[in-house]
Design a protein around this ligand. Structure first.
Ligand code: E4P
Length: 294
């Protein structure tokens, strides 16, 4: 059962509908699910097929992704399902948009994930005009979140998520949770049209701290949601009641940023975004073998 004082939406971070079913049974509710190319490549069926040496063709992997997303959507028809476009360093905005329009038609409750890069933001700006719902992924800085806000001005609340990746910042010694705090604080000066989706959650402390900060949404791996349930779904109270220990992680300072510039004016480059795109496209391409004709 959903705890009474839980305002944050809880998503499952997974490419496996079996986990969706189990989490719904465990928690009694689920507000959505996020997928990405790495998670799809870890889906048990994809893994098994890959291990047998039976790679997918490009069309087959898209069909498989569509099936996974359709199965998840049936389990959470009122939730949101994030589907990620394929993008490598050379993918232009037009190509991302083409995929986005197609993927958006797969299920009635899709949010399309674009990387928070120049091409991704260009695609996002147009997608919003066309009425698509989007989730800007691989966000690692406050400036990138400001650019997402600016590129999607005029969108309705619920139409745009931004996903700051905390675990990957922690991995390199920076306190990812301080980025969540900073973006939430910065967005307080805005009109509320972008929701903060805490992503790359690695443990229960990340999850509870994001709850205490009132992150709009948190996407959480299966094992962390299971642990939360096993501990009887504790709630952290407000950020004043809950103390998060970042250990030796370096804090990320807050910057005063004007949200009302055109998005091209922000410095949106971040090396972890580039690395993330590389990793996602590699995981995707590893599943594919191009059938050579004649
Ligand atoms: C979700 O939308 C993200 O793709 C996911 O949380 C990334 O997590 P990772 O950093 O553990 O790969």
């Amino acid at each position: 059962m959903r705890p009474q004082n839980l305002k944050t939406k809880i998503f499952l971070d997974s490419g496996d509908p079996v986990e969706t079913k189990e989490i719904i049974n465990l928690l009694g509710f689920l507000d959505g699910q996020t997928t990405n190319p790495t998670l799809i490549s870890k889906n048990p069926y994809a893994k098994e097929r890959f291990e047998k040496g039976e790679e997918f063709s490009k069309q087959e992997i898209y069909d498989f992704y569509k099936k996974v997303v359709t199965d998840i959507s049936k389990l959470i028809p009122d939730g949101s399902i994030s589907i990620e476009v394929y993008a490598d360093a050379a993918t232009p905005a037009d190509e991302m948009l083409k995929q986005a329009r197609e993927m958006f038609s797969w299920v009635p409750n899709a949010h399309i994930k674009f990387p928070t890069t120049k091409e991704g933001l260009k695609a996002a700006e147009q997608a919003i005009k066309e009425g698509l719902r989007i989730n800007m992924t691989l966000c690692f800085s406050q400036e990138q979140a400001a650019a997402v806000y600016a590129a999607t001005q005029g969108a309705k609340r619920g139409q745009v998520f931004v996903s700051p990746f905390i675990g990957r910042l922690d991995d390199r010694g920076e306190n990812g949770m301080s980025l969540i705090k900073n973006i939430l604080q910065m967005y307080k000066m805005g009109d509320g049209h972008v929701e903060v989706l805490t992503a790359s959650v690695r443990n229960l402390s990340h999850f509870l701290y994001a709850l205490s900060l009132d992150s709009d949404i948190i996407t959480v791996p299966y094992k962390v949601l299971k642990e939360w349930r096993e501990r009887k779904m504790p709630m952290p109270g407000t950020s004043k009641d809950f103390s998060y220990d970042p250990g030796k992680l370096k804090p990320i300072p807050y910057h005063e940023i004007n949200l009302n510039l055109s998005w091209q004016k922000y410095n949106i480059w971040h090396e972890l975004t580039d690395q993330g795109i590389e990793r996602f496209s590699e995981d995707w391409n590893n599943l594919i073998v191009e059938k050579k004709c004649c």
